[in-house]
Ligand binder design. Structure first.
Ligand code: ADP
Ligand code: MG
Length: 311
């Protein structure tokens, strides 16, 4: 009897911990996307990222990022370009709070990152989906488990995991690869897993540092279309890449770094972006003419992911 009572107590305590974790999770990143609800108000209501005079030097001769000032608004798709060594990854690491700036202010969803204590950093990072050039998948876990793990660490319930993981794997075109291990996948498929993992929480902000750096041009287009779809669903997306030729065709906002300094901040051209389909986006990337006439309509939530993998 004593044993069974204490087991029940332990189960109750575990359930309470899980509920508390779930409540924290819901508070810091709403699953439907959009800005975090519990964060203080940004200085500009739709600002997701604000850099104000941010400098980070590694030593006297190496400027990581120098005096960077820019604002990224909710729903933007931003390309961060510049040659190797320009400071793109430094800027991403500052955003992830992997390092602190020497001077200047960085705000994300209105929150000054310097005020986030060491203990709170993991909660802050739950708002960010992150994709890297080298995928960073767990080699001894299946596709399903790699994505499930990202949810587990946020305290998601088993029920949530059982529902959300197959959903996101379907949306990223991986339904037939659930039980495969990373080494059994192509580079493009591995990057899809890493995008699925980054997006399974529906974070309000997704950062991708050279996500297509290891991929061939056709596979690159598939990954970029996936990021485009994620952006259309309401997530703000920042992609760092040295492939400036591709970016210049995209008619998206481009911030260019050179030796740590912003030398260009070009707002997207007057293209009917809201009416652009994934196929049209892909055609732009290939430098081809638009495959279908532009339609003047706003995308609805329902059609955001419908044909994501049709092309
Ligand atoms: N951990 C580090 N220690 C010293 N210098 C670094 C470090 N990381 C990056 N740098 C230097 O900072 C500059 C910017 O690097 P980085 O942000 O990685 O550029 P990018 O991602 O655009 O290639 C480069 O000159 C690089 O050598
Ligand atoms: Mg880099």
């Amino acid at each position: 009897m004593a044993v069974s009572r204490s087991t029940t107590d332990r189960q109750r305590a575990a359930a309470a911990r899980q509920a508390a974790a779930a409540a924290r999770t819901t508070g810091t990143h709403p699953v439907a996307g959009g800005a975090p609800t519990s964060a203080p108000r940004p200085s500009h209501p739709s600002a997701v990222i604000e850099f104000r005079g941010v400098t980070k030097a590694y030593d006297n001769t190496t400027a990581g990022v120098h005096d960077a000032t820019f604002t990224v608004h909710r729903g933007e798709f931003l390309f961060l370009v510049g040659q190797t060594g320009a400071g793109k990854s430094t800027l991403m690491k500052l955003l992830l709070k992997e390092m602190e700036p020497d001077s200047g202010v960085i705000r994300v969803a209105g929150r000054d990152l310097s005020e986030i204590t060491h203990k709170k950093v993991p909660y802050y990072r739950r708002n960010l989906g992150v994709v890297f050039q080298d995928f960073k998948l767990l080699p001894n876990r299946t596709v399903y488990d790699n994505v499930a793990y990202a949810l587990q660490v946020t305290g998601a319930s088993r029920k949530q995991i059982r529902r959300q993981v197959p959903d996101i794997l379907r949306l990223t075109g991986l339904s037939t690869k659930l039980h495969n291990y990373p080494h059994q996948l192509s580079g493009g498929e591995q990057q899809r897993v890493s995008v699925a993992r980054a997006f399974v929480n529906h974070p309000p902000l997704l950062l991708a540092d050279e996500p297509t750096g290891n991929l061939d041009p056709d596979t690159t287009i598939g990954i970029m279309q996936l990021l485009y779809r994620i952006n259309k669903a309401g997530t703000t997306v920042v992609v760092a890449t040295h492939d400036e030729g591709m970016v210049n065709r995209m008619r998206r906002r481009v911030i260019e770094l050179q030796g740590g300094q912003i030398v260009r901040d070009e707002v997207a051209g007057g293209y009917g972006r809201d009416s652009e389909s994934t196929a049209e986006f892909g055609a732009l990337m290939r430098g081809e003419p638009s495959p279908t006439p532009q339609r003047l309509r706003q995308p609805s939530e329902a059609d955001l992911f419908d044909d994501a993998f049709a092309d």
